[in-house]
Design a protein around this ligand. Structure first.
Ligand code: SAM
Length: 226
């Protein structure tokens, strides 16, 4: 198959039934695969045709966690949230080819998630290898502003947030924010592959994680409730 350019991938995802794209950064509307504007907030169950728990992978890139978890736990629904259309194309294209009906993608900025997910619509959030934003703490995906965004869409009970990262700085920063906010840390491990994995989900590896492992970086994991 000929390789698609970035522009061709942007055009293609607009026709994918498993991808919704935010209309603009300050609009609560998304555009579906028929080119129709819609308000999907509170209605993800209509996309999936069931009321299964909804779990997000934010900064999902190619959506390795959304897809990997979707296979591991077919009775849950997964949405990967990502800004870059060409990365979404890769994950969404594979998900379509493999009939992964419990996986979808949203092209949007994490900051504006409250436009697209209702209060308590989300059961869990995975943050996978986000940019550590060295020197820019206010842009980190675990800074207080982002935690508030997650709180506003997560269920009040039994919610879980997972952070998987190779970055010492982001890991330490996140521990500090969680401690400051007296947030319940359920699990922390600064070198998950140094011993047998404590959770089977941690065996899923993302595109960036594979690169970090080649560079012999240690992988860290935090699990907490908000
Ligand atoms: C280092 S990559 C990790 C991608 C993927 N999780 C992985 O591990 O392969 C970080 C991703 O976050 C996305 N990203 C950064 N800021 C974002 C934002 N504000 N909203 C949505 N996605 C964002 C980038 O486009 C990029 O794909």
């Amino acid at each position: 198959m000929t390789k698609l350019s970035k522009l061709q991938k942007f055009a293609a995802i607009k026709t994918f039934p498993n991808v919704y794209s935010s209309k603009s950064h300050d609009s609560n509307l998304v555009v579906n695969s028929n080119g129709v504007d819609m308000d999907i907030k509170g209605k993800w169950n209509e996309h999936f045709n069931n009321d299964a728990p909804l779990i997000l992978e934010v900064a999902c890139g190619k959506g390795h966690y959304a897809r990997g978890l979707g296979k591991m736990y077919p009775s849950n629904n997964y949405v990967g949230v990502e800004l870059k259309g060409n990365r979404i194309w890769t994950g969404a294209n594979q998900a379509l080819k493999n009939n992964e009906e419990n996986v979808a993608f949203l092209r949007a900025r994490i900051e504006f998630m409250e436009y697209y997910f209702a209060r308590e619509e989300v059961a869990e959030i995975w943050i996978t290898f986000p940019d550590p934003q060295l020197g820019k703490p206010k842009k980190r995906t675990t800074c207080p502003r982002f935690l508030d965004v997650y709180r506003n869409v997560l269920r009040k009970d039994n919610n879980l947030v997972h952070l998987k990262t190779d970055s010492d700085e982001l890991y330490q920063y996140t521990l500090e924010v969680l401690n400051e906010q007296k947030i319940n840390i359920l699990y922390q491990n600064d070198d998950i592959y140094s011993k047998p994995l404590d959770f089977p989900e941690l065996d899923i590896k993302t595109f960036y994680e594979e690169m970090h492992l080649i560079d012999n970086r240690t992988i860290k994991y935090l699990r907490f409730t908000l």
